[in-house]
Design a protein around this ligand. Sequence first.
Ligand code: 5GP
Ligand code: MN
Length: 346
Amino acid sequence: MLTKVIAQSSVDHFRKWFERADKIVIVSHVSPDGDAIGSSLGLWHFLVSQNKDAYVVVPNGFPGFLKWMPGSKDVLLYDRYMAFADQLIAEADIICCLDFNALSRIGDMAGSVEASPARKILIDHHLYPDDFCRITISHPEISSTSELVFRLICRMGYFPDISREAAECIYTGMMTDTGGFSFNSNHPEIYYIISELLSKGIDKDEIYRKVYNTYSECRLRLMGHVLTRMKIYEECHSALLTLTVEEQNRFNYVKGDSEGFVNIPLSVKGVRFSCFLREDTERDVIKISLRSVGDFPCNKVAAGYFNGGGHLNASGGEFYGTMEEAAARFEEALKAFEPALRRDDL
Ligand code: 5GP
Ligand code: MN
């Protein structure tokens, strides 16, 4: 049995909307990850099974290792089909906002979503959600939005209608947002939910392989290069990885090739804070990814030094300037957080 988690009033409220709605649009964040696509498609499969006219719209493309997911070909990319997507958003009865906590996280779609007269529901697990939806289901203590989608569908009484396809998508989101159940994954109910998803016929081992064992040769060689240049700050138990445009070109970088790099230094004994800086060719900024283990709040570094935010152990932001300046900024942050980082009690 699962505990309730989602407030009864939210479940009842959404069920009322759901029963009367026809057109439902699901939106998720810029550069959608496994949980964004997994939760969106999980919900989408369910809505389609209930004969709803449902669509998933995301701001831009997502990595190749998610493209096997059932329904992924039907995901509309806003940067390619803007006019059509705007029309869907404007005419929707309900807009489901999944895996983000502020309209700024959906980039160019924010204006259309904000302007739409549709009823809006937020289903998310990021801290401090903005108040832009009539129903807000926000649970930062839950490790993925996909898990919340599963819980919501079940609470509405539709567990029997969850298909294998929907279960595969939900499982993928749960798996990717916990690094294959290696962080944020101690809650026993996660494994109860997994057993329920297995009962739908998913092959969790195959899903793992499809997501994690599909690297291109270029990606692996790029990883080798980036790791060779890894900088370790022993006393601060920290590490820094960088990737410039020149290096991206040299290694035939394609979008997504550096996904997950930020986690690798955490496998070095003693390292508990990792930073990855990547020059973004599309937007002329440096994208920052931060990861920590234990109680070190990497989201405070993201917010204080890199115009960003996120979770305690996984956060990110942006920097406007050169790679050298961004690295210097990171070192400034290390100095400021030195007392917390130097602690040896890990
Ligand atoms: P990633 O390193 O995978 O890009 O991002 C990890 C987490 O950091 C995301 O789930 C999100 O919560 C947060 N994050 C990443 N980039 C940004 C950003 O530019 N602004 C804010 N506020 N949060 C971000
Ligand atoms: Mn998520």
